[in-house]
Design a protein. Structure first.
Ligand code: NAD
Length: 297
């Protein structure tokens, strides 16, 4: 039987609606408007597209968007001074520094200069530690989106075997920690894993975050498993055109899986929706207000 398609685009729309209605309440009842500051250094075309999209969606849910576009040659001292200003600005509840940064800037230093309470990307070392120890953290947006879709589809994830392919700090590791937090038995696979297909065949939940087009084939998937495809890979579609594919071979995997996220339209749209959710959460925490239900880990 063909797998159920987990529609990330539709799910992201419901997340944005929840955020927007909570923002309306915050404005009416508390006179507070959540604010997200996005800092872009340089002119990387993909980053410019992301930043535009983030700013647009921030405004659409009723939040304030503050965009700071800095020259590619901006010094580390100037960037740190801007972050310090944003850390101390009460109108700013979330700060995101768009990565990658130009090579003369130390990304770790820059990210760790953000106030952890405003670190809506969840990359600050304090938030990594809080998540790793099962404490309340700001959680990286992409894995948070995956977790929301898994919880929505399964209800409880307790006791399920989860295999996360990829061990990056942005996706793989925080994803594994979140699944552990929901009482899955978690395996993290990576480029040195032996017999990856056999490891993946054990999984009730597969999260693929590798960056290799269509690497995970249907014969790696256990019958009825849930497959979350984080990969975004642009491949040649002939006649000078390109198309997006995930890390999972969709056609063969969807013939075996119980549920699967497509690419595009799966994990991708959830990432910005979770950024908005994190900004709202940060705003509520900063003001000692109840956090929005269903929008945090
Ligand atoms: P990364 O390059 O930082 O990490 C990739 C991981 O895959 C590494 O840990 C590596 O060990 C593992 N890997 C590489 N080759 C492998 C192999 N042959 N077998 C098993 N494991 C292997 O990438 P990332 O930042 O984690 O991103 C992964 C993918 O997810 C990329 O396609 C990226 O574009 C996509 N992504 C999507 C979103 C989204 O919003 N949907 C967000 C972030 C990343």
């Amino acid at each position: 039987m063909a797998a159920k398609v987990i529609d990330g685009k539709a799910f992201a729309a419901t997340v944005r609606e929840k955020v927007a209605s909570h923002v309306t309440r915050l404005k009416e009842e508390n006179g507070i408007t959540p604010g997200l500051a996005v800092v872009l250094v340089g002119e990387d075309p993909a980053s410019q597209v992301y930043v535009r999209s983030k700013g647009k969606q921030t405004v659409e849910v009723g939040m304030n968007s503050y965009e700071h576009k800095l020259d590619a040659s901006t010094s580390e001292a100037d960037l740190l001074a801007l972050i310090d200003k944003l850390n101390n600005d009460p109108a700013v509840h979330g700060i995101l520094v768009q990565l990658p940064l130009p090579s003369h800037l130390n990304s770790d230093l820059v990210i760790n200069s953000i106030d952890p309470a405003k670190d809506v990307d969840g990359f600050h070392i304090s938030n990594v530690g809080l998540l790793g120890t099962g404490q309340k953290a700001m959680v990286p947006c992409t894995p948070l989106g995956c977790l929301m879709m898994l919880r929505d589809y399964h209800g409880s994830l307790s006791g399920m075997n989860a295999v996360v392919i990829g061990r990056s700090n942005i996706v793989g590791k925080p994803m594994a920690n979140l699944l552990l937090g929901d009482s899955c038995t978690v395996t993290i696979a990576h480029s040195r894993t032996k017999d990856l297909a056999a490891v993946v065949r054990q999984a009730d939940i597969v999260v693929a975050a590798v960056g290799r087009p269509e690497m995970v084939h249907g014969d790696w998937i256990k019958e009825g498993a849930t497959v979350i495809d984080v990969g975004i890979n642009r491949v040649d579609a002939g006649e000078g055109k390109t198309r997006l594919v995930g890390d999972v071979h969709y056609e063969s995997a969807s013939a075996v899986a119980g549920a699967i996220t497509p690419v595009p339209g799966g994990v991708g749209p959830m990432t910005i929706a979770c950024l908005l959710a994190n900004t709202l959460t940060a705003c509520c925490r900063a003001n000692g207000l109840a956090e929005p239900e269903g929008l945090t880990a």
